[in-house]
Design a binder for this molecule. Sequence first.
Ligand code: LAG
Ligand code: CA
Length: 568
Amino acid sequence: MKRLKAGIAALFTMAAVLAGTGTAQAAPPGDRDVIANLWSWNWNSVARECTDHLGPAGYGGVQVSPPQDSLTRGGAVWWDVYQPAGYTLTSKFGNESQFAAMVRACHAAGVRVYADAVINHMTGQGSTSYGGASFGKYTYPGLYSPADFHYYSEDCGNTDNLIHDGDYTGSARNVQNCELVGLSDLETEEEYVRGAIAGYLNKLIGLGVDGFRVDAAKHTSPADLGNIYGRLSGSPYIYQEVIYGSGEAVQPGQYTGIGDVLEFQYGRYLREKFYGNISDLRTFGESWGGMQPSGRSVTFVANHDTERGTGALSYKDGAAYRLATVFQLAWNYGTPQVYDGFTWSDREAGPPHTNGFVRDAVCGSGWECLHRDPAITGMVGFHNAVRGTAVANWSAPNGNVIAFSRGTRGWIAINNGTGSHAGTFPTGLPAGTYANVAGSGTVTVNGGGQATVTVPAKGAVAIVAGGTTTPPAQVPVTFNVNATTTWGTNVFLVGSIGELKSWNPAEAVPLSSAAYPVWSATVTLPASTSFEYKFIKKDGSGNVTWESGANRAYTTGSSAATINATWK
Ligand code: LAG
Ligand code: CA
């Protein structure tokens, strides 16, 4: 049984297609495109994080957990939130006003908000929700009744109504119309269901949400999703979870016409190479098996599912995980997402909670917070600075060490080995002294564009042209000269560098006669810099007398100094 007979439903569908197709935006958003995935964070904590860390660090977006009401397991498990019990915003992460306040705070910090949209299914069984609703597996009062689920339409080819492993290679129909791990599967080809899902997403858009991570998109046909997206207001950014599997019936490429996709091969390859040779990454990108076009891909080193599996790196891999994230932010592929969840040992366990409701996130105490790591925030800045530039100046002195530039705007060396690596690399950057944004200290690039650096074990050295170039350190130098003069004549200092007026006597630095016959001045000069200079006398009429003999010479060090001289 369907809610609407085919003819009427088709009319609605056609109207929606005509009205709406193309309004959902597939292109990655804006100049700041790095997305922090604050998975399982409550709304108050996300709001605080946007203001205090994400905005200032240059993140352009934050992905938040499913905001709708859900099945409750009293906080014991994390996955109850992937079983929607309705579309009110009363979840274990907060209520609607807290959600709205979070969106406002993030926007004020320049951070867009993307919500995890669970729209393929509802729950696996009847129960109660965090918001206090009672429901059955196929009955959600005021929202869905049995006719709204595939179970009642015989659209699934399996008698037990479940998706079987073999379906992935054999049957797109079963992958999309049968039940994923027993979750009641919405009949997304039905007009009423499409309208209800779009209504939920539009409510979030009305609260300011900028886009969606579409959960389990692989289990809903692109035709159904495209129809739903066509009903959305504004231009939400949509990226879809379509896990790639070789030879499968449903492929990510079937979804790239209606939005972007989460690139699952990306993290699999990174794990393989960070446990093998990162020098293999030279050609990493869409030519690698199963990978999608860069412009259609959202990349991630880990997400909440992969960190509980074995195919990708996770925080449990320690320094290699952090370093892979550094690489992700440096490499020229896709829209990067930086994952952050809670610390766990039981893969089913939920985040820290009180009576089921998630507690405020505390970095280092139950929460990982990779996104706050100075190397990661430094690399978010790097990523933003080098956008649109190609990888160049590649070198890989051994399997564990790679270095490359992004055009002439940024350069990075990454060492995945267990010992430090010293070397000289072409950087493509102008000469200067730069801050290492992926670690500590500075990097000097010589006039030939080369830098000699020591890259720490499991560490990186990264520099960015322009804004982050550190001005040379300054040191005060006191010049004392014992010089007798007649009334009306004064002593000055002039020399080869700008601070000493480039040998121009008219602008020479005046010395004080307070300790006559010792004339004195303290000048701030660049550290570690060699120059020549002389003292001069000027009489009341402006006549200049230079010291005799050769120029004096001096090289500044890294701290204050005093030069004592006698007029010659
Ligand atoms: C997703 N992507 O397609 C999420 O990234 C993934 O984390 C979700 O599964 C899945 N889709 C459904 O939204 C998670 C857990 C499952 C859990 C499910 C629903 O990984 O283990 O299933 O959420 O809560 C659980 C039980 C199953 C049971 C099912 C139905 O673990 O054993 O069959 O509920 O009762
Ligand atoms: Ca489905």
